[in-house]
Each structure stands twice: as structure tokens, then as C-alpha cells.
Design a protein around this ligand. Structure first.
Ligand SMILES: [Zn+2]
Length: 286
């Protein structure tokens, strides 16, 4: 941010010294039963895997109550993840609300929430091998819900380019293929992502969004429990590990592996798929 010079009021220091208040204290959110999930995961069996090619995207389906894992395989690589309700693709991941509830980056025990009017957990993170990273000295952390997804429109605005392998385009093509519709029908369903393995933050002095080389290495993974039937759509970002640039073919890129695991019968006793939000939707016009 660049601030225009203005007159400083006499009580500026007092106003700045007011302590912040957490908008949505996480203690008030329903707690995911992580122990139950872990027990179920211990005997779950792999039912499917999809290799996401570098600079491209693929869709995958995960039934409610199953697990899915996104792994780094050949080299450091970040992924842009979209989630839809498999049975109604207009219910999709709501990155802004997830950020408001959990913060700028998410890890084990935190959830990916869906759009209004459903607003329910779509997936819960059950394992994060980069959980050790925390927040670095630059204010950077991993798996952000800050960024949107790299897209050809911003590239065109800034540099006049016509690049077709930004995550937005990759996700659009893969969703179009999955739904069997033209790209112009799939594109409006593509939404802001969870930036899997991406290391980002805001500069402290100017408040600008930054990225840096991801700490992910082959073998690292992020694993989720599907709270509802999911259609996942994952792009292996043309930014590679996002150490320098994206929106071109310049960066070194690698595939990402998605694996799906089915729980053994009876191991999720007491769990049920969350229902949609109970707000009555009259908006004061009841
Ligand atoms: Zn991208």
C-alpha cells in the first residue's frame, strides 16, 4: 500500500495502540473429531489415484467419509485446489470465509468451508507434513487462502500476454471436461483456491502479497477428510515452487499426486455428513 500524506491527529498514537480483537474466535466453531478420523484412516484402503500433470489440472471425486491426499512427487510444486459439492457444483469452496474463520493459512484440524447459503465444512485437514513450518520471520506460511489463483486476465492487464496454462485456465478446462460442457460454462464455476504447499504472506511495511520458494519436498503431503461428496479440481501451478514467477512457462514444474482412501466399514461410528447452514434465508422479509 502507498499512503497519501495526511495530517496526523493529536491522538494518533492512542488510536494505533488499541489492541486487536479476533473477529471469529475459533473456540466457538464446532470441533472436528480428529481422533475418530485418524482411527478410520489407519485401516482405510486406497481406491483411486490421479497424477496431475505439470502446468495442467485434473478433477477427482471423493465420496463423503473418504480421505484424499495431495503429495509432492518429483520436485517442489504448489497446487491450486478447487472443491465443489459433487451433487451440486454451485456449492463450492469459500476461501474468504475460510480465511476469516481460520486465518491466512490452514493446517491440521482446520476446514475448507463452502459458499452461502450452505456454509458448512466441505473438508477437514487431517495431516500436514509441513505443519512444522509455522510462520517465518517474513510473516510467510504454507497453504494459503489469501491468493486467488493465477489467471490470464491479470497477466494480460499487466503485460499484455495471452498465456493459457495459468491455474484459472487449467481448472476451467478440467472442469469443462469433467462436466462435459464448453469452457465458457465451466469458467464461472471456478473459484478462489486453497494454495496447497504455497508459501505466502503480506510484507509488514507495505502490506503487499508476497510468495517465496515453497518448503515442500517430494514425499510431503496434505491430507483431508471429505465431509460431503466432493468434486476436487487441482492445478499444478505454472509457478512451480513459486520462487520467482508464474503466468509463464519459465518456472521448473512438477506433477502432483492425488490419492483417495476409503474407510473400513464401521470405523466412522457416530460421524455424519454436515447438513447445510440453518439460517432461515428470509433476510428480514419473513
Ligand atoms: Zn497458479
Amino acid at each position: 500500500m502507498t499512503y497519501a500524506p495526511t495530517d496526523t491527529p493529536a491522538d494518533a498514537a492512542d488510536r494505533r495502540a488499541i489492541a486487536p480483537v479476533i473477529c471469529y474466535p475459533p473456540e466457538t466453531l464446532p470441533k472436528p473429531p480428529l481422533e475418530l478420523y485418524r482411527t478410520a484412516r489407519a485401516t482405510a484402503l486406497k481406491t483411486n489415484e490421479v497424477l496431475i500433470p505439470a502446468r495442467d489440472a485434473q478433477c477427482f471425486e471423493v465420496p463423503a467419509g473418504h480421505f484424499f491426499r495431495i503429495s509432492s512427487v518429483e520436485g517442489p510444486q504448489v497446487g491450486d485446489l478447487n472443491l465443489h459439492n459433487l451433487n451440486d457444483v454451485t456449492e463450492r469452496f469459500y476461501s474468504g470465509k475460510t480465511r476469516a474463520l481460520h486465518g491466512t493459512h490452514i493446517t491440521t484440524g482446520e476446514r475448507m468451508w463452502s459458499s452461502f447459503p450452505n456454509m458448512r465444512p466441505m473438508a477437514t485437514i487431517t495431516e500436514d507434513t509441513l505443519g512444522w513450518y509455522g510462520i517465518d520471520d517474513f510473516g510467510g506460511s504454507v497453504h494459503d487462502v489469501i491468493g486467488t489463483r493465477c489467471d490470464p486476465y491479470t497477466g494480460n492487464l499487466l503485460a499484455g500476454t495471452q498465456y493459457h496454462h495459468c491455474c484459472h485456465s487449467n481448472l476451467t478446462r478440467s472442469l469443462a471436461d469433467h462436466l462435459g460442457v464448453p469452457v465458457d460454462q465451466a469458467e464461472p464455476l471456478v473459484h478462489d483456491v486453497l494454495n496447497v504447499f504455497m508459501c505466502t504472506g503480506f510484507t509488514r511495511d507495505t502490506g503487499q502479497y508476497f510468495m517465496k520458494a515453497s518448503p515442500v519436498r517430494p514425499g510431503d503431503y496434505l491430507e483431508f477428510f471429505a465431509e460431503i461428496d466432493l468434486l476436487g479440481n487441482l492445478s499444478a501451478c505454472p509457478g512451480g515452487d513459486c520462487s520467482s514467477e508464474h503466468s509463464s512457462d519459465a518456472a521448473s514444474c512438477h506433477p502432483l499426486l492425488v490419492e483417495v482412501f476409503a474407510p473400513a466399514q464401521g470405523t466412522l461410528e457416530g460421524w455424519s455428513s454436515p447438513s447445510t447452514n440453518e439460517y432461515d434465508r428470509t433476510h428480514g422479509r419473513g
